[in-house]
Design a protein. Sequence first.
Length: 321
Amino acid sequence: MKKGEMYQMKYSVDKVKIEFQYIKSKFVQQFMDKLMSNSCDIEYSNYYESNKMTSCKHNFYYGEGAGTVYLGVIPNWKKEERHDKSIVIEYNPNKIDPFMFDVFLWLSKIPRVAWHVMAFDIATDIMLPYEGICMLKRDKREEMGMRGHSKVETRYLGALGNGHIKLYDKAKEQKLEGVDWTRFEITIKEINHPTATLDDFKKVCKVPQLYRKDIQLSIYNLDDLWRLSLEAIINDTDLLYTMKNRQTRKKMEKVLGECLEYVPISVDDMYKTYFNYFDEIGKNSLELDDSCINVFSIFDKQENDKKRVSDYFKYKKVVKN
């Protein structure tokens, strides 16, 4: 058995933000009229309008707390003169399935080539104590921070945006006693469609090294200087990046990997989780054919959008075969 093979890992899509594009204005207005009438099978709990460039013109919230579904209609970052509009949805799949409601189910039927995946989080649940895990930077220049929220300490790695990491005590957040449960989350913002390949995914999903610091495999075989240095770094990994000599730092990283139990997080399993989730919610999506021309303006777009259509049909052919 290799290092880390005994660890239990559970992967899930934890947060999703999708923009449904190229919907002709007439159909977006019909959708808006239905939403505003509040005659849907779920009523909105809050509504407001916004002119901010980073927001949508019409903003709806359904539900409360972690199970809230956000729905934005007509993004302000799109040119107003466009004859088609977009609809944005954001939610946490671990808390709610919005497509079980008819009002949102309509969106899942939109052809997947018109889906622009703005962002999603992949969560990894590690059945180990939070205090026993240390995390290294992916790059010396990367920022690492720590913040307490609702009495739950969270470690952050990287700037907000693609590749942003959170590591925290999930058991403590859920107020569970006697349970070892650490949550690792990574935000992906550079996979913008639901049919990316594994190679595409690996280019943007860079996972840092995690070690189990409460299992020290061979630290006592080191001389005193190295042992004391390593013990200090295990307790505060930021010390590793204060070393000015790159070779010394790399050697220390190597020794760290040899002396501590590696906690493996699989990018391949993350990809499968991403792909299977979007494949599942897209199972009702319509095929992009002549019947869609009256509803979607995808055929009238620029060359890069036409390429997306071409790539989509190539993907469908590969899957079918």
